[in-house]
Design a protein. Structure first.
Length: 106
């Protein structure tokens, strides 16, 4: 199982390590970022995020509940508080060793 924990500045190096080629970057984020990821672009990405009452985006790291290892990344955007809905985006199982285990299914 995984739990979602807010993605913060100290998580930048891990995500930048995972996104190690332009093809993966485009699959993960479309045209939102340019390769390679940078701290500056990630600062912009998390700016004004993760405020449950007002943010337009909530950004998380996925943490394995057994090992406490960060195994992925996901964000929720297009948040509509009136309808209690959001769009799941930028989903990534980071490490190749974690992919294919079904950790995103639950």
């Amino acid at each position: 199982m995984i739990e979602l924990v807010y993605f913060e500045k100290n998580d930048f190096p891990q995500l930048m390590e995972w996104i190690d080629n332009e093809h993966l970057m485009t699959n993960w984020a479309g045209s939102l970022f340019r390769f390679p990821l940078s701290e500056k672009s990630l600062d912009w990405y998390i700016e004004n995020s993760n405020d449950l009452t007002a943010a337009e985006v909530l950004i998380y790291k996925a943490v394995d509940t057994l090992t406490r290892e960060v195994v992925g990344h996901v964000s929720l955007g297009s948040i509509n508080r009136g309808d209690a809905s959001a769009r799941i985006s930028r989903v990534l199982v980071g490490s190749n060793t974690q992919r294919g285990r079904g950790i995103c299914q639950a």
